[in-house]
Write a protein that binds this ligand. Structure first.
Ligand code: GLA
Length: 685
């Protein structure tokens, strides 16, 4: 049993003598997994229908001989130059009408039939050749699906998607007109060919059209994935197939739909902060991946060794943090620590991207840190396949994300992911491990749900939340939620239409605040910005229709009106925040909600910044992951064996500043029980 350790491996960028060094250094670093072929289409099919598998045959055999398992990618994210010349119509067109050409990657329209045929053929050829290869442990279709296009092929495919959704006849078109609200600005369509992708236009576009275009592209890309997956499954039955979903804030696809089609959830995550926000963000990424995996183990397919993408700048991950950060993912269910990429390239668009083996070679602090990480990961093999469970969740929904970020809540300057991240970070600070969940999912396993900016809520979603509260759950809803229906249209009669009765309130009007402005609340807090993120300066004119008032506005035009409410319903309660709170006040509110839900941190009493997460397996086995993100030592109650050192732990464990520990809490471990493949069983729900 082992965790997967390694990364993208591109030997075709190097001459043969380098390969022997790769083999030796991979052994030295404890690499047991290599992702191969991600962008190799031009090498594998140098001319249409002519294949050259020689170098890949050699690579797979060499890796197998070196005890390195292979994640074999289909190279379809980078069509070769010959493809452009043969099929110029398959080149993508921007919303401004500019047709792009090869020279980078991801240059195709995934709705173009010629691209789909060529991509599928490439996947089938690879599957036929390597479907039975013993080194191939996992298939990796494409790379980070997320390229959209506004060309004529996209227009045709969009129209046909709309016709399936609304009906292809005149009634269907009438339904589309109704749903998109085309009576506004006289946008009524009288025949299907008039319906276009939301290309560059004079001023604001139609929100319904924008939302449906996003939904369409998620489905279209998923269909492209499934075509390749099915070719592979035919030739390689039993070998799991996945694709690497991109985190943190690239929302082109709906992961809740994609998770049903992959055999194991795999994500890429690049750190976006060198400070504490980065630690919380790793937890956020990992909790999302695990939730998409239905709580089962998942794979961290890519991270960077040294590099941090922070607000448009590329910074360096502080030395010594690679282990702690990597264990942050493993603690929350990843069965892998994989990187982009093994060896830093000497040429090409990403030649300055950090790698496991830097340009300066193995005699470097960075490589030594990678090798130390490899050794640590090897000691943790027994956790593979174990699970993380949570009793709280933050609601996350692609439709809300798309609708809010494209339509916007005027004056709110509210970005969906910032709002979700902020609620997640509050639970992270409270020491609680949480999932993300879709509002229409089975929520009965949770005791607390946070609903940040859940802008678009279907009737089914609203009913599901109502049931959750009636059955004893605590629901905390923040402003920007429940405003729109499935079509993205405003729910009338007072905000938040979908949740008004459940919350026992009625909001008449929004009162956006000027930038930097705050409004005092009766609790002593100030309503204003969502701190730690770009967000809304916001308040709302609200009356209660059943809820109790937890805090009121204490000054300004809303003085005396409720700001924060709680409505006891059935066996549970539904809380509403009509304004943003600073971190301290937000944390207080979350603490009150946690108490109402009867939830306690994984390990109570730890200082802020000392993270504790438990993975569990059958037979009562468990592993406590402890990460000290602070500059102070921390004593943590624990019993068992610390796996990184092998030392026994009795009663308490001292974590040095920045230190990590993984404590096996049960001594009688059944080593035969779980295998790596069982660790990446498909989420089928
Ligand atoms: C993405 C891609 C990789 C590489 C990295 C680093 O995650 O999948 O191919 O480009 O980013 O930029």
């Amino acid at each position: 049993m082992s965790l997967w350790f390694g990364g993208d491996y591109n030997p075709e960028q190097w001459d043969e003598p380098v390969w022997a060094e790769d083999d030796a250094l991979m052994r030295a670093a404890g690499v047991n997994t290599a992702t191969v072929g991600v962008f190799s289409w031009a090498r594998l099919e140098p001319a249409e229908g002519e294949y050259d598998f020689g170098w890949l045959d050699g690579t797979l055999d060499r890796l197998a001989a070196n005890q390195v398992r292979v994640i074999l990618a289909t190279p379809t994210a980078s069509p070769p130059p010959w493809f452009t010349l043969a099929y110029p119509d398959a080149m993508p067109v921007t919303r401004d009408g500019v047709r792009l050409t090869h020279g980078s990657r991801d240059t195709y329209c995934a709705a173009a039939p010629s691209y789909r045929v060529a991509a599928r053929r490439m996947a089938a050829a690879l599957a036929a050749r390597y479907g039975q290869h013993p080194a191939v442990a996992l298939w990796h279709v494409h790379n980070e699906y997320g390229t959209v296009c506004w060309c004529e092929h996209a227009a045709l495919a969009f129209r046909s998607w709309l016709q399936k959704r609304y009906g292809a006849d005149a009634d269907g078109l009438a339904q589309l007109n109704e749903t998109w609200g085309t009576a506004f600005w006289g946008q009524c369509y009288s025949a299907w060919p008039q319906v276009q992708p939301p290309r560059a236009t004079q001023w604001r576009g139609n929100p319904g059209q924008l939302l449906d275009f996003r939904r369409f592209w998620s489905d279209e890309l998923l269909a492209a994935f499934c075509e390749q997956r099915d070719e592979i499954r035919r030739a390689a039955p039993g070998v799991p197939v996945t694709t690497n979903l991109m985190l943190p804030d690239y929302q082109v696809i709906d992961p809740w739909a994609w998770r049903r089609e992959v055999d194991v959830v795999a994500v890429d995550h690049y750190l976006s902060s060198t400070g504490p926000a980065g630690h919380a963000d790793i937890a956020f990424a990992a909790d999302r991946a695990r939730s998409w995996a239905g709580g089962r183990p998942w794979l961290l397919m890519e991270q960077a060794t040294r590099l941090v993408y922070a607000d448009g700048r590329v910074l360096s991950r502080p030395p010594g943090r690679m282990l702690r950060d990597s264990l942050g993912y493993v603690a929350r269910g990843s069965d892998s620590v994989l990187f982009f990429q093994w060896r830093a390239s000497r040429a090409g668009a990403e030649m300055w991207h950090s790698a496991m083996l830097p340009h300066a070679g193995p005699d470097t602090a960075a490589f030594r840190e990678v090798a130390a990480l490899g050794a640590a990961v090897r000691r943790l093999g027994e956790v593979a396949g174990s699970m993380v469970t949570a009793q709280a969740a933050v609601l996350l929904d692609a439709d809300s994300w798309w609708a809010l970020d494209s339509q916007g809540l005027r004056g709110a300057d509210l970005r969906y992911l910032d709002a979700v991240r902020r609620d997640h970070a509050a639970l992270w600070r409270a020491g609680l491990v949480c999932d993300v969940a879709h509002p229409e999912a089975d929520l009965s396993g949770y005791r607390l749900l946070l609903a940040p900016a859940l802008y678009l809520l279907t009737d089914a979603g609203a009913e599901s939340l109502g049931r959750f509260v009636a059955d004893g759950g605590v629901l905390v809803v923040s402003f920007g939620s429940g405003l729109a229906d499935a079509a993205g249209q405003v729910r009338l009669g007072g905000y938040p239409g979908a949740l008004r009765d459940l919350l026992g309130i009625r909001v008449e009007e929004f009162f956006p605040l000027p930038d930097g402005d705050t409004v005092p609340l009766s609790s002593g807090a100030r309503g204003s910005l969502l701190s730690g993120a770009r967000g809304a300066a916001w308040s709302e004119l609200m009356t209660v229709t059943g809820a109790g008032v937890l805090a009121s506005y204490a000054a300004g035009p809303l003085a005396g009106h409720p700001a924060i409410t709680r409505h006891d319903v059935g066996r549970g309660s539904a809380w509403y925040l009509s304004t943003g709170l600073d971190d301290a006040a937000h944390d207080q509110l979350i603490a009150a909600a946690l108490a109402a839900a009867g939830l306690a941190p994984e390990v109570p009493g730890l200082p802020l910044g000392v993270e504790a997460v438990r993975r569990r397996a059958a037979g009562g086995r468990s592993w406590l992951f402890l990460l000290n993100h602070t500059t102070e030592p921390a004593a943590v109650p624990a019993d068992g064996t610390e796996l990184l050192s092998g030392d026994p732990v009795t009663g308490s464990l001292e974590l040095p500043p920045g230190g990590v520990a993984v404590v096996r809490e049960v001594t009688h471990l059944d080593r035969g029980g779980l295998g790596v493949v069982s660790g990446i069983n498909p989420p089928r729900s």
